[in-house]
Design a protein around this ligand. Structure first.
Ligand SMILES: Cc1ncc(COP(=O)(O)O)c(C=O)c1O
Length: 367
């Protein structure tokens, strides 16, 4: 019988999985309000506050779209909106592969710049591929959650500068808010996240930051997106300060509360806290086991640790969940399960929280 993590109602298990991550009680409580109409002034106030606060937090003048959905919606719509014919998709794990799969499913001409799982995307390879053929867009994952790789987006952005007709699309689902990125200086045309990751909110909302160039390009493509269409969302916001369809109002209440906290902490300081947690976890992993991803490209939000001691990871997870009320993740999918495990140190966790988890792992595994 395989081990299974059991969820018990009203029992608080601290989440160190790479999303959904731990959400503070104040944020959950902020959702406890009576409903109001999505065309009311109350909604306009709520929605304009969360959009403008997000721009402020990310220090961007680009457009911000917030929709009721998970981030995968924007994997699909960025391709629909920005790719007429061909797209170059860099792949280095499950999620970056998903972006390429979606583009193929949408009937685009997809070329893959493929890397072995655990390896990072290299700027020089991106340049070589872009020099060979004209692409409408290039996709890259900022943080490959399946392997714990952090791609060098600054350097990749420099390469993209030499290919101004190629839109730069970034999946930052497990990074944004936990790993500093200057969206405009990197020349990113569309970057998106899901709020249950480093934003530390309950799942159900997705955020996409769109450049003016991408907004223009989306109007030139033959078949764009409707629900997550850039023009529809951005124009509706400009005109009415609302979403074009009924949004998940309760989640937006949580968003408003959490954004106050994120603005107070600041984008850079939040990133520094994540860096501190990541460096601690990496050092701990090297002392007791090993890191899985390529050196020099270790994620700031999720550490993928190599199981060099033949530990029974699922049993370890189960025991720590039961006895310590904390939960971390096994390795991703059949490729990495049991061979690796993942500690998500994203959102509002502190170094002390992560130390409590590694202490528990040491106790139970006898490290
Ligand atoms: C890098 C990355 N992309 C995409 C996704 C899919 O996100 P969602 O389930 O919020 O659509 C995930 C989820 O873990 C992710 O980590």
């Amino acid at each position: 019988m395989p081990y299974q993590v059991v969820y018990v109602k009203d029992k608080h298990t601290k989440l160190f999985i790479p999303g959904p991550t731990e959400v503070r009680k104040e944020i959950i409580d902020a959702m406890n309000e009576w409903m109001f109409g999505h065309r009311s002034p109350t909604m306009t106030d709520l929605f304009t506050t969360i959009v403008e606060d997000t721009k402020k937090f990310l220090d961007t003048n680009n457009h911000v779209i917030i929709l009721s959905a998970s981030g995968t919606l924007f994997m699909e719509s960025t391709v629909m909106e920005l790719v007429d014919d061909s797209v170059l998709c860099s792949t280095c794990g499950s999620f970056s592969q998903r972006h390429a799969d979606i583009a193929e499913r949408l009937g685009k001409d997809v070329d893959r710049l493929e890397y072995e799982w655990g390896k990072a995307v290299k700027p020089e390879d991106v340049r070589e591929a872009l020099e060979k053929k004209d692409y409408d867009a290039f996709t890259c994952v900022m943080n490959e959650t399946s392997t714990g790789i952090r791609n060098p987006l600054d350097e990749i952005g420099e390469v993209l500068e030499d290919f101004p007709d190629t839109m730069f699309i970034v999946d930052a689902i497990s990074a944004l808010g936990g790993d500093y990125i200057d969206i405009e200086s990197c020349g990113i045309d569309a970057i998106f996240t899901s709020v249950q990751k480093a934003f530390a909110m309950p799942p159900g909302l997705a955020v996409c930051v769109v450049s003016d160039e991408a907004y223009q390009r989306s109007q030139e493509t033959d078949a764009g997106a409707w629900y997550a269409g850039f023009k529809r969302n951005i124009d509706y916001y400009k005109k009415k300060g609302q979403t074009h369809c009924t949004p998940a109002i309760s989640l937006m209440l949580a968003y408003r509360e959490q954004m106050k906290h994120m603005l107070e902490e600041g984008h850079k300081a939040r990133s520094d806290r994540h860096k501190e947690m990541a460096e601690y976890t990496q050092k701990w992993a090297l002392e007791h086991l090993d890191m899985f991803p390529e050196k020099g490209y270790w994620s700031q939000t999720v550490s993928t640790i190599k199981n060099t001691r033949g530990l029974n990871i699922e049993e370890l997870r189960q025991t720590i969940n039961k006895d310590y009320d904390m939960l971390f993740s096994n390795g991703y999918g059949s490729k990495l399960k049991e061979k690796t495990f993942r500690i998500g140190h994203m959102g509002d966790h502190t170094l002390g929280d992560v130390k409590a988890l590694t202490d528990a792992i040491e106790d139970v595994a006898g490290l």
